[in-house]
Design a protein around this ligand. Sequence first.
Ligand SMILES: [Zn+2]
Length: 72
Amino acid sequence: MINDFALGDHVIMRKPHACGGNEWLIIRNGADIKLKCMKCAHIVMLDRCDFIRAAKRILPIERSENPIEEKE
Ligand SMILES: [Zn+2]
């Protein structure tokens, strides 16, 4: 189960999307989580509990490359 994720992270879901891709980008992180499919650009919204259950792995590849979100 995943427990640490942030806006801009890429996430691998347990079940692949209908388009065959299973990598998603987190575009909204709040009470609901909004995800964009990296393969077909489809957008879905899940509530936080469903997202945590459905996610398999977080790929925090964007976080370290974004100077705006850098902490002191
Ligand atoms: Zn897709």
